[in-house]
Design a protein around this ligand. Structure first.
Ligand SMILES: [Ca+2]
Length: 219
């Protein structure tokens, strides 16, 4: 079960930390669960209390920093190939090296359309019944058409979110990253997230800074 979370707009370092979400990775997140009121409402509920206190998630290299691509270039990966802990699911994607364009986090990012629409997936540890939120930074390749890049997020094989990003007015130096999130309740000891481009060109949606938070916001 998964729903779209309300887009939070651009990353905001001054965004208030909302109760009910707990980062399950080392890096503190700049954007947490939407729906603080609902989170607060659930805070004392049996459903919320049932969430294990030590739930963990092992999503790795959500920043697409490995392997390191020669700065100023990009490397295309095709279906079945691995990009660190990510696997290319279809078509091809471009791992963008540092300095080629602005990353949201670190130096590298991922264009989900390599030569054509592609996608990547990763499976991470979850606890059944616990609510998680996949958070990611979204932009688009500003170097070619179409202007509006589109794609989808799947959780455990089910469509969880359609996304789009309009690159109009953005450049390689000002990518205009926004934050997107997808909430879901884990049903097993592992869950799979799959980002897929539906932009069938060489200029697709760009993602970076993917992470998973344990979340008490409710779904
Ligand atoms: Ca990165």
């Amino acid at each position: 079960m998964a729903i779209d979370a309300t887009p939070a707009g651009r990353f905001a370092s001054d965004a208030p930390r909302l109760r009910g979400c707990r980062p399950t990775h080392a890096r503190p997140w700049r954007r947490l669960c939407a729906g603080a009121g609902l989170a607060a409402a659930l805070a004392g509920s049996a459903a919320f209390a049932a969430a294990p206190a030590n739930a963990t998630s092992g999503l790795a290299d959500g920043s697409f920093e490995t392997p390191v691509v020669t700065p100023g270039t990009f490397q295309t990966f095709s279906s079945g190939q691995l990009i660190g802990p990510w696997r290319v699911t279809n078509g091809s994607v471009d791992l963008i090296g540092g300095g080629f364009w602005q990353a949201s986090d670190g130096r590298q990012s991922l264009d989900l359309s390599g030569g054509s629409a592609g996608g990547v997936t990763q499976t991470f540890a979850t606890r059944p019944g616990v609510i998680y939120e996949v958070i990611y930074a979204l932009a688009g390749n500003p170097q070619g058409s179409p202007a509006v890049k589109t794609g989808q997020v799947f959780i455990n094989g089910a469509l969880a979110q359609n996304f789009s990003f309009d690159v109009t007015g953005h450049t390689v130096a000002n990518m205009g990253y926004v934050t997107r999130a997808v909430r879901f309740r884990a049903t097993g000891v592992s869950s799979t997230v799959h980002f897929s481009s539906t932009t069938n060109s060489a200029y697709g949606p760009v993602i970076d800074d993917v992470g998973v938070d344990r979340c008490g916001c409710g779904v």
